[in-house]
Design a protein around this ligand. Structure first.
Ligand code: MN
Length: 203
């Protein structure tokens, strides 16, 4: 299990795999105001690849190639936010995607606890420490605790997807999940384009 830390982009030719877990750390929750600082990826092999994004950086060609590759499924927890952050930073629409939060909402209707920490706890019986969640991701140097935290956010998503897919199949909702995942890139575009809090399907 290794954390690889890179400046500005993935190394040339690095292909993390056909299903890539992705997470972003930003300066805050408003994608128009709060810049993207870090993008974490994992191919599900226990290694995490962390790309630091500089202030003012508008491109990362190798990373964007993975994000837009139709043959690579991008696996997120709360994809809606990360897709919007990546679109705002680099101008690319990430697809195709899978979101463990949506899968959980469709499959785990007995609870309203759909945070990553709760999912990992219940489905994988692992305790995630979320202490660094609100730390300064724009700092010149990341602390070892920040790097470990950031890596942990992508290291369990493959196993979570497996567990959630089994639940979705059991409840007969896998087709609903797939349709929701398909709409996610557009949901993120609506967020950025001025409909962040509006349910466009509501009356
Ligand atoms: Mn994170």
């Amino acid at each position: 299990m290794t954390n690889h830390l890179y400046a500005n982009d993935l190394p040339d030719g690095l292909n993390p795999g056909p299903v890539v877990a992705v997470d972003c750390e930003t300066m805050g929750l408003n994608p128009h105001r709060d810049r993207l600082c870090l993008v974490q990826l994992s191919g599900g092999d226990g290694d995490a690849h962390l790309v630091r994004v500089e202030k003012g950086q508008t491109d990362a060609p190798n990373l964007c190639r993975v994000l837009t590759d139709p043959a690579v499924l991008k696996l997120f927890h709360f994809a809606r936010f990360d897709i919007a952050a990546l679109l705002h930073a680099f101008g690319v629409v990430t697809a195709p995607v899978y979101c463990t939060k949506i899968a959980s909402k469709l499959a785990r209707t007995y609870t309203d606890r759909h945070g990553l920490k709760h999912l990992v706890q219940e489905l994988l019986e692992i305790d995630l420490c979320k202490q660094q969640q609100t730390s300064d991701w724009g700092a010149a140097e990341l602390t070892p605790a920040q790097v470990d935290y950031a890596a942990a956010d992508v290291l369990y998503l493959h196993r979570l997807r497996e567990a959630l897919d089994a639940r979705l199949a059991r409840e007969g909702r896998d087709d609903m999940a797939r349709a929701c995942f398909g709409f996610l890139p557009m949901r993120a575009r609506l967020d950025l384009a001025g409909w962040p809090e509006t349910d466009i399907f509501a009356h």
